[in-house]
Design a binder for this molecule. Sequence first.
Ligand code: PLP
Length: 451
Amino acid sequence: MSTLPDPALGAAVKAADRAHVFHSWSAQGLIDPLAVAGAEGSYFWDFDGNRYLDFSSQLVNTNIGHQHPAVVAAIQEQAGRLCTFAPGFAVEARSEAARLIAGRTPGDLDKVFFTNGGAEAVENAVRMARLHTGRPKVLSAYRSYHGATAAAIHLTGDPRRWPSDSGAAGVVHFWAPFLYRSPFHAETEEQECERALRHLEDTVVFEGPATVAAIILETVPGTAGIMVPPPGYLAGVREICDRYGIVFVLDEVMAGFGRTGRWFAADHWDVVPDLMTFAKGVNSGYVPLGGVAISAEIAATFEKRPYPGGLTYSGHPLACASAVATINAMADEGIVENAARIGEEVLGPGLRELADRHPSIGEVRGTGVFWALELVRDRGTREPLVPYNATGEDNAPMAAFAAACRASGLWPFVNMNRIHVVPPCTIDDSEAKDGLALLDEALTVADAHTV
Ligand code: PLP
């Protein structure tokens, strides 16, 4: 730990936060945010000297770990040279980041439109698809998360819905494969895949193919539960898009840049979308950055006709310099390969072994450093440990479980009835094993709520 404990400063930080910071996704009066003093690698710590193993990567973001020295140095160096410059100029950090990203993205996704994060990337991908096709509708999956801005929140297909949610014109939801809670009552992956593709094509046909601009999917849905698609599904979606002239958008904001053990999750299945959104892992969130990687065909639409969209901070030099350093460090240090190996050798087997002993684990699924444990009250009926969108007493079992993790020094990503085991891609064997041991202890709290 490079910061000495300082409880008085921690208390002051917390007091100012509670007085003035309005937090996302929260009832402001019911939250008690931890005051963070520092972070390094796979750990962060508070002002009282408590250290936490970060199994959340801060919203599945810090793929390269906290405070990677080369990335910190690159931001400092760029700040000394050129802090900011408008998007209309060619800037070294920006063009180099775009070149490196285009060099890693699949197929001919060779142009990059930069944004400040994932939701803006989704907004712009949808706009590009609509302008390219001249069609209005976008199909997106239930059990998905695409961001919290205007179009992105309507595309998001998780059960968070509000009375004020009017839906958005032109957004149509469909079911994507999820065998454990199969919307198609399938019993095998093959059945799930075949039925999901038939359902998607029926949806396209009944919406009217000439009205559908895009199908957007997270390559591996993340926030909604890390559901690795069955073999053949994404290739089948590609075929449907080709058959009807629909733009295929893969959202790799969470799954991209090493998280699944490949540079992009699409690489597992050799699928090439027309547009691919990214953010988070591109620079581990050290400075806000996201973007859309664009195919040659869609880029050509805007060759002579202006693209009507832009952001003051698009391709911000500090963000781009940190992306260049991140991508180079990931390549030089074998960080993507490390994520794949840790998943295969430590996290996958370790989590399955926990499932053998803990009745609260209904299913373990994932790849790389991207895993979910689906917690249930009853393995037979698969009743979730807490209902979707549970609050207060209804959510008590998950709240108690999360508190047990944190008290032991483990910080997982907790969402509804699931915990997501999503440490940095840089995590080593002993850290991963320590985390599994802490999880083992905390799961007894969840087990106490099973029938
Ligand atoms: N798309 C996906 C797949 C995401 O996981 C997220 C955020 O978690 C977003 C989009 C939105 O990104 P942001 O929060 O940077 O706007």
